[in-house]
Design a protein around this ligand. Structure first.
Ligand code: KG4
Ligand code: ZN
Length: 336
């Protein structure tokens, strides 16, 4: 078979990314972040869409240049159909459709959460099927049973906030800038994770909930700062370590339950929160005691990136799974 080259676009949230993949090998993965949101303490959807419009052409050009790919080499254009911010998705989808139409090649619609998992097939070592993937990011928290590259079943997911959102909202209450997850991780390194105790939610099955934790942090900080206005400044490392400890214990507790009940010992981690040092060390320690093989992709493939979209696009290409030009982006999209 002639070689297959996929150009891919990811624009679901606040990063504009383009990648090139030839026969399952990633040749380029360019990501342009958006600093504009820092000012507002969170992603502002309208500003995100505008920044995607400004970034998309230079990002695609940079990816093709880095890969050494000419327009005539492209076999198909893959893009993130959803879930995500609708205005942001629209920019990527519209670009993908126009570019593909101009080149006379098909388009491939990719599910963002499926792509986070397929990111495990970019580099070695690759997990063996079936495996469980804990996907944790600013927008998602899921435990997924993965039977094949494109055959996945969600076993559990968050009923409210995502794990990254829990980190970011806790950080905001502590007066830290957005996104606060990495800062909590940083302060927690110097702190005692058992100094303060935050509640563990009682959720059935493999589902998660972080809203109760958020409320308990709010009341905890309100009560302590009422007695001592310097409470946060004087105890920041211990507070961060204790919050982080609870978020990680909620995630790993459900993951262990899912692994024990399915009997699966191939365990993968995906999403931006996989950068968290306590989650990484906790997962590796749990993996050692439970006899798991643990897979954590390179960080550039854990956060939002187009390489994972290209890889998923490649598997879909091999199956002939193309989209029609009437395909529309969806803010909410079921994983099939
Ligand atoms: O996957 P990602 O880059 O974007 C989304 O799809 O959401 O994940 C970003 C999230 C943010 O909530 C950020 O605070 C969190 O990942 N994050 C962390 C760390 N690094 C990134 N949370 C805790 N500890 C970290 N080291
Ligand atoms: Zn994501």
């Amino acid at each position: 078979m002639a070689s297959v080259t996929i150009l891919s676009i990811e624009s679901s949230c606040d990063d504009t990314s383009a990648a090139v993949c030839t026969d399952g090998n990633i040749l380029a993965n360019i990501v342009a972040g958006q600093d504009v949101h820092t000012l507002y303490g969170g992603v502002v959807p309208e500003l995100a869409s505008r920044a995607h419009m400004a970034h998309i052409v230079p990002v695609v050009s940079a990816a093709m240049k880095k890969a050494g790919t000419a327009q005539r080499d492209i076999s198909a254009v893959a893009f993130t159909q959803g879930p995500g911010l609708l205005g942001s998705l629209l920019v990527g989808a519209s670009f993908a459709k126009s570019f593909a139409q101009a080149l006379g090649v098909p388009i491939i619609a990719v599910h963002h959460m499926q792509a986070h998992i397929v990111a495990h097939f970019i580099d070695e070592p690759k997990p063996a099927f079936p495996f469980l993937c804990l996907t944790v990011s600013g927008g998602h928290t899921q435990i997924v049973l993965v039977r094949d590259h494109l055959d996945m079943e969600i076993l559990g997911e968050t009923m409210d906030d995502a794990a990254g959102e829990a980190f970011d909202k806790a950080a905001k209450m502590l007066g830290l800038p957005y996104p606060g997850g990495p800062l909590i991780d940083q302060y927690a390194r110097e702190g005692n994770p058992h100094r303060y105790s935050f509640p563990e939610p009682s959720m059935d099955g493999y589902d998660f909930s972080f809203s109760g934790l958020k409320t308990s942090i709010l009341y905890f900080l309100r009560d302590h700062t009422a007695k001592d206005p310097n409470f946060i400044a004087d105890n920041l490392p211990d507070i961060c370590a204790s919050i982080q400890h609870r978020i990680v214990s909620i995630l790993l507790g459900k993951l262990r339950k899912a692994a024990q009940q399915t009997g699966i010992k191939e365990i993968a981690l995906a999403g931006g929160v996989s950068a968290n040092s306590s989650l990484r060390s906790g997962l590796l320690a749990m993996g050692a005691s439970e006899g798991w093989k643990v897979y954590i992709p390179a960080f550039e493939y854990c956060t939002d990136n187009a390489a994972m979209i290209a890889m998923t696009g490649y598997f879909k290409y091999l199956k002939g799974d193309f989209a029609g030009m009437d395909v529309v982006p969806m803010a909410r999209l079921e994983m099939k």
